[in-house]
Design a protein around this ligand. Structure first.
Ligand code: DO4
Ligand code: MG
Length: 291
């Protein structure tokens, strides 16, 4: 069972997508209301939704043709870094111009007890399905980072899984790691969607496959695949570090790091289209524009 949100005129609607891909409009105004109503009733979110599904609320057969928006207004998006070997290698390359000769702080953080967790985005900087992500005007080496996102309640529980794109400037981060916030945060530098897979319907979150395809002039110029089985951290571990001495807000998204980095000679261009597919969640599609 997945949750999507869509626009009908000016009105935002929540909908449930069942395992047979059928979408049903829901009465709740937002995702976290659904979660708390289920808790109050002492049932799981799936049980709560199933008790409310009505044939009259059935939507179009192709839910991806709806005007989808972010399924949750994530007040904050946080991200974990260097949680996969591939990310460690790519960071070492960009920080040393490919001339690695000693251990770097990326190597250290990969093995350290404390994970790298950084602030990534706010609701106003985060776009949803089919909305444009933007390129920084002062970077010449920019990539998408396709990542599994955890949707969190204020108590730190993982209530769902979502696809996310942690847009990154490799040149800015490579020049100096203290520039990380600028390499990661700018207008529309984060996207999430298209659906939230309810946590109770995921048997093993270390079995998601992630595929990234980038199209330029309708030709595929990048295709790369990964699996969350390669993750070097446990999801609960990442959440517990994020929540340590910190307040979490309902609907916060924690991106869990990338294992997909395009070839070193690749940079995004305006007009590109990024497609990030995560098994059992869906495909997050975003065009790329300049700032
Ligand atoms: O260390 C910088 C960022 C790493 C990151 O975003 C990732 O590994 O996904
Ligand atoms: Mg990342």
């Amino acid at each position: 069972m997945r949750i999507i949100r869509f626009l009908d005129g000016q009105q935002k609607w929540l909908a449930a997508v069942t395992d047979d891909e059928q979408a049903y409009r829901l009465p709740q105004a937002d995702f976290m209301t659904l979660i708390y109503q289920a808790r109050e009733k002492g049932v799981t979110p799936v049980q709560w939704i199933e008790s409310a599904l009505k044939p009259v609320n059935k939507l179009t057969d192709d839910w991806t043709s709806l005007h989808l928006i972010t399924p949750v207004d994530a007040p904050e998006v946080w991200a974990a870094g260097v949680t996969y070997q591939r990310s460690r290698e790519a960071r070492n390359y960009e920080a040393t111009d490919g001339k690695l000769d000693a251990e770097t702080f990326y190597d250290k953080v990969y093995d350290a007890e404390r994970p790298e967790i950084f602030f990534k985005s706010t609701a106003a900087r985060t776009v949803g399905p089919n909305e444009a992500v933007t390129l920084r005007s002062d970077s010449t080496w920019q990539i998408p980072e396709p990542e599994l996102g955890l949707v969190l309640a204020a108590d730190g529980s993982i209530v769902g899984y979502i696809a996310g794109n942690d847009m990154s400037c490799r040149d800015i981060e490579g020049e100096n790691p203290l520039y990380l916030p600028q390499a990661k945060i700018w207008r529309n530098s984060c996207s999430i969607g298209p659906a939230i897979r309810l946590a109770e319907t995921v048997k093993n979150p270390y079995e998601f496959s992630i595929v990234c395809q980038i199209y330029r002039d309708e030709s595929m110029v990048v295709k790369s695949e990964a699996s969350t089985s390669e993750l070097n951290r446990k999801l609960d571990e990442l959440v517990s570090f994020l929540a340590r001495d910190n307040d979490l807000y309902d609907g916060t998204v924690l991106l869990t790091g990338t294992s997909i980095v395009p070839p070193n000679d690749f940079t995004l261009e305006p007009g590109d289209r990024i497609e990030i597919s995560i098994s059992d969640i869906g495909t997050l599609i975003n065009p790329v524009i300049s700032n």
